[in-house]
Design a protein around this ligand. Structure first.
Ligand SMILES: C[S@@+](CC[C@H](N)C(=O)[O-])C[C@H]1O[C@@H](n2cnc3c(N)ncnc32)[C@H](O)[C@@H]1O
Length: 222
């Protein structure tokens, strides 16, 4: 892959999305994503931010994948099993998704955001979308009942690219190494997520923080 200055996002297809959910490479990749989530402290960040919240009015998780984040939040007592939660992903409902929670196997870009969920969480997914898709998704969120958004995405930093060879030491699958590179090049910098979603800072209180290899946005309706 040619060296890029990383000034602009470059969105390219990730291999995972072309694989059947039970393809051994996809299974290995989901395992590697679990490791990365742990190393980056992503689930812990969602848990800490959600723990400060006084009621969720239901949680909508975009690209819930193998259900690890939802399961983590439930197992750590952050989200009650009775809370109305909905996971969305291209893949079928994972076995570990809590039985009382809902699942829809569908493309986020075609989801109408017409549900009553008040809290939206998205981990490592928005970077996969071009600006036009993000604007479309953002408009729908803006017109939805969502009142709080928590997003964790890869940071578009050269240092993150330099870290990828180290992942080999963790025996990560070659699909994971490829997708990690694509994800970083398509990732965000501080200030870019709400801007690409088209969320108006006059209508949303927006805050950014950094994590290891991550840029994190929290948006609450003003
Ligand atoms: C990098 S994984 C992250 C999964 C999960 N958020 C996690 O952190 O474990 C990206 C997920 O996005 C899903 N995905 C990709 N494109 C999607 C789309 N257009 N609509 C819904 N899900 C999508 C994939 O199936 C995959 O599960």
């Amino acid at each position: 892959m040619a060296q890029q200055p990383l000034q602009q996002r470059v969105v390219e297809p990730e291999i995972l999305d072309s694989l059947a959910p039970d393809d051994p490479a996809a299974v290995a990749n989901r395992r590697d994503i679990r490791i990365l989530n742990q190393l980056m402290g992503n689930f812990n960040w969602f848990a800490r931010r959600l723990a400060e919240q006084d009621g969720f009015d239901g949680i909508l998780e975009l690209a819930a994948g193998d259900g690890s984040l939802g399961r983590y939040l439930r197992d750590h007592g952050i989200v009650d099993r009775e809370e109305p939660c909905l996971g969305l992903d291209l893949i079928p409902r994972p076995g570990q998704w809590p039985i009382r929670w809902s699942w829809q196997q569908r493309d986020i870009r075609r989801f109408p955001f017409d549900t009553a969920h008040g809290t939206l969480v998205a981990n490592l997914i928005l970077h996969q979308f071009e600006r036009e898709d993000l604007r479309f998704i953002g408009q729908r969120i803006d017109h939805s009942q969502v009142r709080r958004i928590l997003v964790n995405e890869p940071a578009r930093r050269r240092l993150s690219l330099w870290m990828i060879p180290l992942f080999k030491l963790l025996r990560m699958h070659k699909v994971s190494l490829y997708d990690a590179r694509v994800s970083i090049r398509a990732g965000f910098r501080k200030g870019e997520i709400h801007e690409q979603l088209g969320l108006d800072p006059r209508s949303w209180n927006i805050r950014y923080t950094k994590g290891p290899g991550a840029v994190r946005m929290e948006a609450v309706r003003a």
